[in-house]
Design a protein around this ligand. Structure first.
Ligand SMILES: *Cc1c(COP(=O)(O)O)cnc(C)c1O
Length: 354
């Protein structure tokens, strides 16, 4: 606390990212990074940008990248907004599209950055409880609201909401923006992007951090009708005209164009997830159905926090959330390589045997 701080800063409760330990030889399964590398074409493209042209500003509108993303999804480039990670895209969406008189709605168990943006931008919000099976019930969102946002698949539960349910949500909610955060959609879900053409209130956000194995490059994007994209651009150009540097624009475009690489590393993660779920269930864990690159699991006989700290002593890092109380028994475990998952399961076998 300092008397030099603004009133807003005094009131903030910032997001706490999963830790990035400086130690080597950890089995790091705590921040949903991809265990496989990005496309070699990305490395090549980024290398090519390390040149004298770095003295020049990057393209403020990322035109080539937006054209590549538009082609990938079969939409118009005017329907694409890019940002420095989808966290930045989401931040702009909160200010540009979700700040209204009425409270916005999101699940009580969801991406914990959403309430942080509400705090920063002074946006009223209401948490809508998930069902006892940790599912989103669309009918619970049929109330007047200033907007709706949730990840699909949801985080940290990994549970997927069927596209038909999203269509029902949109039909019942024509007057405020619905943001579907598809950070994990490439690991087994069906994207809502094809619904954008018919729904002027729908914004879909994506990131290259997880399925493209590019968390370090910081690129995310949103797809929506041009009037929504224009609102995002107004905020962006009132904040930072050059959010994507030359490396990010070139590397992201190369990744978008190497669809085969992304599909192959996602398929490997999905195959490992299937084995991991079976192994965990054999140890007595209850595992929620996951369509993401992580699983959410609890053991009836063992405390979540205790398991997480015992794993840490064996240099295996997973994520544990203390609150809300009903997820405190759970561990959120990123699907790593087969070897990493085997190390995890072996450690848990020892810890749950007694
Ligand atoms: C990882 C994640 C993001 C943010 O991704 P970045 O593009 O790395 O900023 C957004 N939403 C959810 C639900 C995530 O898990």
């Amino acid at each position: 606390m300092s008397r030099y701080w603004s009133a807003v800063v005094h009131g903030l409760t910032p997001y706490v990212p999963g830790e990035q330990p400086k130690l080597a030889n950890l089995v790091k399964l705590n921040t949903n990074e991809n265990p496989y590398g990005p496309s070699p074409k990305v490395i090549e493209a980024v290398r090519a940008e390390a040149a004298d042209t770095l003295r020049l500003y990057p393209d403020p509108n990322s035109d080539r990248l937006r054209a590549g993303i538009a082609a990938y999804h079969g939409v118009d480039p005017r329907q694409v907004f890019v940002g420095n990670g989808s966290d930045e895209v989401l931040a702009h969406a909160f200010l540009a599209l979700l700040k209204h008189e009425r409270p916005i709605l999101f699940p009580d168990i969801s991406y914990s950055f959403y309430p942080v943006y509400c705090g920063l931008y002074e946006i009223a919000h209401r948490a809508v409880p998930l069902t006892d099976a940790f599912e989103i019930r669309v009918d619970d969102y049929r109330v007047p609201n200033g907007g709706i946002i949730f990840p699909n698949p949801n985080a940290p539960t990994g549970r997927l909401l069927a596209l038909g349910e999203i269509e029902r949500l949109l039909a019942g909610n024509p007057d405020s923006v619905v943001v579907i955060d598809e950070a994990y959609i490439d690991f087994g879900g069906e994207s809502a992007v094809p619904l954008v053409a018919r729904h002027p209130q729908l914004l879909v956000t994506r990131t290259l951090s997880k399925s493209h194995a590019l968390a370090g490059l910081r690129v995310g994007y949103a797809i929506g009708q041009p009037h929504l994209v224009e609102a995002l651009n107004r905020v962006k150009d009132s904040f930072n005209s050059y959010p994507l540097d030359r490396f990010a624009q070139a590397g992201a475009l190369a990744s978008i164009e190497d669809r085969a690489h992304v599909e192959s590393i996602c398929a490997k993660v999905v195959a490992t997830r299937t084995r991991l779920v079976a192994d965990m269930q054999a140890l007595g864990f209850e595992v929620l159905p996951s369509a993401a690159n992580f699983i959410f699991a609890r053991h009836p006989g063992h405390d979540g926090a205790a398991l997480a700290s015992a794993l840490r002593e064996r240099s295996i890092i997973v994520r544990h959330f203390k609150s809300p109380a009903r997820i405190a028994p759970f561990l959120r475990i990123t699907v790593g390589t087969d070897d990493q998952c085997r190390a995890l399961v072996d450690a848990l076998k020892d810890m749950t045997a007694c």
